[in-house]
Design a protein. Sequence first.
Length: 454
Amino acid sequence: MSQNPIAETIASLMPRAKQELTELVAFQSVADWAQFPQSESQGAANWVADALRAEGFQNVSLLDTPDGTQSVYGFLPGPEGAPTVLLYAHYDVQPPLDDAAWVSPAFELTERDGRWYGRGAADCKGGFIMHLLALRALKANGGVPVSVKVIVEGSEEQGTGGLQQYAEAHPELLTADTIVIGDAGNFRLGLPTVTATLRGMTLIKVKIDTLGGNLHSGMFGGVAPDALAALIRLLDSLRAADGSTTVDGLASDAVWEGLQYPEADFRADARVLDGVGLIGEGTIADRLWARPAVTVLGIDCPPVVGATPSVHASAGALISLRVPPGVDTAEAIKLMEAHLVAHTPWQARLELEVVGQGQPFQADTSSPAYASMAAAMQVAYPGQEMQVAGMGGSIPLCNTLTTLYPEAEMLLIGLSEPEAQIHAVNESVSPEELERLSVAEALFLVNYAQSKRG
């Protein structure tokens, strides 16, 4: 990276950033008290709040959101008449999944082969450290040229919408001219990228009952309706033979115009086994960024170990539906529920419960903020032009903020490039990416302030 004062400052701050990320990753802040103590999330929230206070933020608050978690807010006033920029990250994380599969402990930041490993290192505790680095560099080089609001969410990964509901009830809190969401990532390591679209999502619990209790499969099998078999048939109705998502009435033929995702790169990023085919049809970008996707997240049924020869009376599943931009999530839920009802076999009893949802998002890439970020990224990534991509994941808060503040510009950047393997075992962050994106964010704030003055 060609050096300038901001880049030099951030380079000097990287050892401190590593220590701080180590401390933050150590909190087992999974926002599900059935899996991890609530005190772990509270500890992470307090850590974030203390970090903001140390940087001179005012009105630092732990906001009790309606889903029982806490978001952290702070305000740093800028020069008189300067625009306000809202910086977002989240401190909650996904559970580690299989502890034994982690090369190093999930909640101990560990350097290996030039990367820092740990749950939340990229998604999204590293995103908060990125914000801190950018602001510290600006303070050391003439001051922060904008007013800054920071909001760090405590339940983004759970999709329970606590911060969304809080923002709707307190719409004045997060008002800003521009919003930078630090929870996305570069399309490829070292390729500066802003994310312009996100799929929305919903989580639906499904339960099927067919009998008053389990039955002996020898005495009753072949006639008695098996709830597990009914569930399998129902779940299979959500995919065509090629694996495409098929929800009755939900369009699945949209086309992505823009940056494409080569199949070979996708296979490598997704670690698809040799000889195994991909699912769906159309380009990778079509399927990943422009079309709906169903995933069965879990099934309630007996494990193989300890299974008995029984016809099952009940079975359940948790289903995720990712909803592309241009589709209303509420309408997609109605179509999904109608599909599940229509395809339940044998008049089995079906119970459905929507346990999480969020709208898709599409940014205005022609806004002045995008020009400011493009110029910043060219400096932070010499020789590279900013790319605009989609993301198949969901950040439900984006649409809430867009609805509350329709005049605000919004950019999505972050540390979750493919090698980061977020949500999987052995999640990691590239310290070089953290450094460069911190430079980009700091320069963006300078550029954006200048554009508003001009």
